[in-house]
Design a protein around this ligand. Structure first.
Ligand SMILES: C[S@@+](CC[C@H](N)C(=O)[O-])C[C@H]1O[C@@H](n2cnc3c(N)ncnc32)[C@H](O)[C@@H]1O
Length: 380
């Protein structure tokens, strides 16, 4: 039997057909694209950070990157209001040390490291950490006989903004973005605050803040004339002229870099939140401006984030300083924190001299941060 002769036209049609077939399948796939597994937001965050922080941090980025992708290290902020007398000796027996008292003794031994514009570090705030390279974990805190917890676990670097704010006896303090309350608690441990106003936009975060304070502070301190808690948009503080504070903490919402690399939940790198993420620097600047307006002349504002992003850190500060001057006739001056951070250089890795402010870099041996902070004094 003769083999059927296949005409070239047939072949062409076959090829076209198969091409058509492939294309049709492809079209169907595109239609179903919505149900295909999405790129995890944590991957999007890593791609974004590789592109931006690779440039920003250069040779430092690979080690910071490994740090951020590894388990973070905690500090145990001691609760001075609890009465667990054994807790300090228990920390010591585990090999932990209070990194703040270590910094205080460095400060007293080397007068050049003491910032003469600020008082010595508060002796009331104590935060225990395991030694460098030791990745042991703290046990959850237990309540004392009054039901108050003896310590609060947090990124030890997040105590630095509260310390740098340098609250002195009799000061009134505003914590503009306070939820869930780690830094509020650190501010109150100094036992110097006359009045603290803690605010957060989110109702659920404010509720968490309230619960945190109730678990750590005696009732007599949680009266409205000592600690006042509100849930409102911090940007509206610009209109509250009647309240001026000695110290204002502006710990803004940011890309929370470590969280964005490790948790899908509530991740700001989800595609659906792109616009919100892009608007962050504007929101941050508005919050900082509101904080500046709430500060009395001569008082201090501390701006902080938990991001490495220059756009959310120094750019926001520079922009706010300029807008405050030009549009509000308020002069603010960036404070030099270099002596302050040197006191803590045995515990944290700091970025080498950012132009404005100070930045704690994550590192495998001391896996705290990132924490950016910049202190501003309102001059007029
Ligand atoms: C980085 S967190 C603050 C962490 C807190 N200071 C602490 O140490 O536990 C930023 C907070 O800002 C709050 N926030 C976001 N937008 C705000 C706004 N417009 N006004 C006040 N708070 C806002 C968020 O709800 C979030 O709790």
């Amino acid at each position: 039997m003769m083999a059927a002769k296949i005409s070239p036209r047939f072949l062409i049609n076959e090829i076209r057909g198969s091409v058509c077939f492939v294309q049709r399948r492809h079209r169907v796939k595109t239609k179903w694209a919505g149900s295909r597994p999405k790129v995890p937001a944590t991957d999007l965050a890593l791609q974004h950070f590789d592109a931006t922080y690779g440039l920003q941090l250069g040779d430092l980025w690979p080690s910071v990157r490994i740090g951020m992708l590894s388990e973070k290290k905690y500090g145990a902020l001691l609760n001075n209001f609890a009465s667990d007398s054994d807790i300090v000796s228990s920390f010591h027996s585990q090999g932990c040390r209070d990194f703040i008292s270590a910094a205080r003794s460095t400060e007293s031994q080397d007068p050049e490291l003491h910032d003469h514009t600020a008082a010595p570090l508060s002796s009331n705030i104590q935060c225990f950490v395991f030694p460098r390279g030791d990745v042991s974990r703290f046990k959850p805190a237990r309540p004392d006989s009054n039901g108050l917890l003896s310590y609060y676990l947090l990124d030890a670097a997040s105590v630095l903004p509260a310390l740098a704010l340098d609250v002195q006896p009799g000061h009134s303090v505003l914590d503009l973005c306070a939820g869930p309350g780690g830094k509020t608690l650190a501010l109150l441990q100094a036992q110097a605050v006359r009045f603290l106003w803690a605010n957060d936009l989110s109702g659920s975060r404010t509720a968490r803040l309230r619960r945190t304070l109730q678990s750590y502070l005696p009732r007599e301190l949680l009266t409205e004339d000592r600690v006042y808690i509100t849930s409102s948009d911090g940007r509206q503080w610009r209109n509250k002229d009647e309240h001026k504070f000695d110290k204002v903490l502006v710990d803004v919402p940011c890309t929370t870099d470590r969280h964005s690399l490790t948790e899908e939940d509530n991740n700001i790198f989800k595609r659906s939140r792109t616009k919100e993420r892009q608007r962050l620097p504007l929101l941050q600047m508005e919050l900082l401006l509101a904080g500046i307006q709430a500060t009395r002349p001569g008082g201090d504002v501390l701006y902080s984030t938990c991001s490495l992003s220059q756009l959310q850190n120094q750019c926001v500060v520079e922009q706010a300083v300029s807008v405050a001057q030009k549009e509000m006739d308020i002069t603010v001056k960036v404070q030099n924190l270099s002596s302050f951070v040197q006191l803590f250089s045995h515990t944290f890795h700091f970025a080498p001299q950012p132009a404005v402010g100070e930045l704690v870099l994550p590192h495998l041996c001391a896996n705290f941060g990132p924490i950016y902070m910049c202190k501003l004094q309102r001059i007029s």
